[in-house]
Design a protein around this ligand. Structure first.
Ligand code: 6PG
Length: 479
């Protein structure tokens, strides 16, 4: 009973997290993997970590000091349940089982319910930052009970990334809140990646720049308000040359994007919650479209000639930067709306400023931008949308003309910009004095007597469309 923390599942993420834990003062880390050879390999490769290697799950449990705390780092899915059960059978009340994988938060809620009667804490923890983050400091989004966080919090704080002097970890809410927030993080990640992809496509197709020149543009952007991990790695990817062919790396990669599901979950849940997350949805759909080679080939064959790209003037790259920034504001605004809606539906006491703060470092969407979001929500937690926060309202207003020019140029040039254009439409929808939703209500009332409300007085009304077309007040009718 020498280890204060254990890790189960020693693939790259698990190994790196275990090494990160072991490197921090005061931690002794027990490690266990179903295939023991993997454990032996890790322990041999990292003698400095002082791992306590367990050959069996019983050894592993026996090596943990009380309250026993074990982080499961196995691929999300059925495998997770098997490991949870093995631990739950052996753990005692007060012990803590942590699921650090990308689990669906609904599964996490169900698992917590299942484990709770035994007195063992089950805690779903979102961990972002990829392999590098796991090793050197991820952003960590723990859910679960407040009680479990007393033990877990300091351990997680010891390994988290640090932003502005604060560890990127906070108890985001109970039961599945951690995995929910991680899911939204990934949804935003999808949107951000798509927007950056569209910026690249515009700079290349309309701007006429080669990948290495676009890398320079991105590197320049990374010195300003667009500074972010994703922009930084994009510049590096665009600079990469394929050694086999001498071509830009980006040109030899098959242009069909994969996904592991978290972006889809974000959209599915947002649909259920009634939150418009068009930026995230378009990013998910853009990947799906890319992965339809037969349809793409068919339409390429049947389409008349492709439009000639518009001429790019000297300010084109600046316009793209502004469009990108404004579209990002929308994507993040939508993501935070989903955070709030989830918190309301599932009863989590979520603080948006704290979420923004723990995303400032360690995670894939870390960015200078998140400082501004954290400030916006700290200044006024009750803003109805990020778009009304003074800083962002001004940024969007200043970029608005460029944003419109870019979306128009893209349309005329045949460059698909689902992210940029849906973000702009979302903005215009919110900003419009009147929306055609009034007409939709009329249609609904016409064919289905679904009723409508009026702009000029209270009540519920129906027009006798198939009769004499007079209006009836149905406010108090029961059907
Ligand atoms: C992170 C990443 C990580 C993973 C995604 C990739 O925050 O560290 O989001 O969780 O790389 O699951 O997702 P897709 O395979 O769906 O793009």
């Amino acid at each position: 009973e020498t280890a204060n923390i254990g890790v189960v599942g020693l693939a790259v993420m698990g190994s790196n997290l275990a090494r990160n834990l072991a490197s921090r003062e005061g931690n002794t880390v027990a490690v266990y993997n179903r295939t023991h050879a993997r454990t032996e390999e890790l322990v041999a490769a990292h003698p400095e970590a002082g791992f306590v290697a367990a050959g069996t799950i019983d050894d592993f449990v026996a090596s943990l000091a009380r309250p026993r705390t074990a982080i499961i780092m196995v691929k999300a899915g059925a495998g997770t349940d098997a490991v949870i059960d093995q631990l739950a059978e052996r753990f005692e009340p007060g012990d803590i089982i942590v699921d650090g994988g990308n689990a669906n938060f609904q599964d996490t809620i169900a698992r917590e319910k299942r484990i709770a009667p035994t007195g063992v804490h089950f805690v779903g923890v979102g961990i972002s930052g990829g392999e590098e983050g796991a090793l050197n400091g991820p952003s960590i989004m723990p859910g679960g009970s407040a009680e479990s966080y007393e033990t877990l919090g300091p351990i997680l704080a010891s390994i988290a990334a640090v932003a502005k002097g604060e560890p990127c970890v906070t108890h985001v809410g109970t039961d599945g809140a951690g995995h929910f927030i991680k899911m939204i993080h990934n949804g935003i990640e999808y949107a951000d990646m798509q927007l950056i992809g569209e910026a690249y496509d515009l700079l290349r197709t309309v701007g006429g720049l080669e990948p290495h020149a676009i890398a320079d543009v991105f590197a320049e952007w990374n010195k300003g308000s667009l500074e972010s991990y994703l922009i930084e790695i994009t510049a590096e990817i665009l600079r990469q040359v394929d050694s086999a062919t001498g071509k830009p790396f980006v040109d030899i990669v098959l242009d069909q994007a994969g996904s592991k599901g978290t972006g889809v979950w974000t959209v599915q849940n947002a649909l259920d919650l009634g939150v418009p997350v068009g930026g995230i949805a378009e990013a998910v759909f853009a990947r799906a479209v890319s992965a339809k080679p037969a349809q793409r080939a068919a339409v390429r064959r049947s389409a008349a000639s492709r439009p000639q790209p518009q001429k790019a003037d000297a300010g084109f790259a600046d316009d793209v930067a502004k469009a990108l920034y404004a579209s990002k504001v929308v994507a993040y605004a939508q993501g935070f709306d989903a955070v709030l809606a989830g918190a309301e539906k599932y009863g989590w006491d979520i603080h948006k400023d704290r979420i923004a703060k723990i995303w400032r470092g360690g995670c894939i969407i870390r960015a200078r931008f998140l400082d501004r979001i954290a400030e916006a929500y700290t200044d006024n937690p009750d803003i109805t949308t990020l778009l009304e926060a003074p800083y962002f309202a001004q940024a969007v207003t200043q970029g608005e003309d460029a944003w419109r020019r870019i979306v128009a140029t893209a349309a005329l040039s045949g460059v698909p910009v689902p992210g940029f254009s849906s973000a702009l439409s979302y903005y215009d929808s919110l900003a419009a004095e009147r929306l055609p939703a009034a007409l939709v209500q009329g249609q609904r009332d016409f064919f289905g007597a679904h009723t409508y409300r009026r702009t000029d007085r209270e009540g519920t009304f129906h027009t006798l469309w198939s009769g004499d077309r007079t209006e009836v007040d149905v406010t108090h009718s029961t059907h």
